[in-house]
Design a protein around this ligand. Sequence first.
Ligand SMILES: *Cc1c(COP(=O)(O)O)cnc(C)c1O
Length: 363
Amino acid sequence: MTGDSSIPPSFHQRDASDATYLSAFLHRDLSGTGDVVLAYEAALRSWFGAAAAVSVSSGSAAVMVALGALGLRPGDEVVVPPTAPLCTVYPILAMGGVPVFCDTREDGFGLDLDDLESVVGPRTRAIIEVPMWGYPTPLIPLRAFADDLRLPLVLDLAHGHGIRLSGRPLWTYGHLATFSTHESKFLSTGEGGFILTDDADLAKAARRFSRRGGLNGRHLGLSLTLCGLQAALGLRRLRLLNEHLRVRGQNARHILKQLTQPQLQELPVTSGGEPNYYFLVLRHRGGSAHDLIEQLAAQGIPSDIRRYRCRPLYEFPILSAYRHPCENARRLLGSMTTIPVHPSLTTTELDRIAAAINHVSRL
Ligand SMILES: *Cc1c(COP(=O)(O)O)cnc(C)c1O
């Protein structure tokens, strides 16, 4: 069963009336500093409850701008988990920074505080936490750790729209939070991203860095702005996010309640946390998820683990110089898979996914 019956890994937020809607914007200022982009940023502030939102051209640009706003200098170290995607680390390299890998906790994607203590040092300039596939990480102790050392905490929340922890939006636990609105992400503008912060100075620095340093000849900056047409799409699609959150949670529960394999469990949700179900993450309790992933793939059910060949990032050639063995991270990535639960899946498709998981052999 492949081809026509394949389950799409992500959904497309397209609507038949998009063309009519967008055409009304064509006579407006579509630059990254025009009124359409400003209206989109106001809508982001309101949906996320943030004091400041800075829209940028991609999630990668958002990470770069966060580092630029923090004044990252060549040779500065940035701590990052090896379970992040390559696109979290490339901006560190592009800025001349040095990625320093830190292991994750045993039971999820949060940084392990003991390993963190061992890898931070005088050259550490920032810590980046990357909650993957929509699952919150225990950010209260991590933020306390960062504050004790006066280190800025950046959250790469490319998967993190709408995640909550202890009654607060997850993004509020970072000094800066970065998001992607790439076509495949929770909220799509085709390409795009944004940064949220409640810190007025960091907001100003992020805005300046992404807008050519203000061309004042004193501050470095690049042109990393979002086009007004993309912002217009964002304005339209932000209104659908609450409904998408609801449907994703419902789809995840629909699959979970049908599962019968005792070896499989949902990735443990950190205490007080509410995932956004960008994906449902299943974990093999004792061993490798390889057979699960391959047998589901043969039935047209995709896995991000397979698609992106997920492994600790220092195992990729471009990052091998930054090797720091991370056993928890290796075991975590090797024992899990992602299951699509996006809003375009039908009940029939969800039932087919659950049945396929229940029929996996040799687990
Ligand atoms: C997608 C993604 C990015 C990069 O976003 P782009 O918009 O594709 O540049 C960064 N970090 C994470 C965790 C991502 O998933």
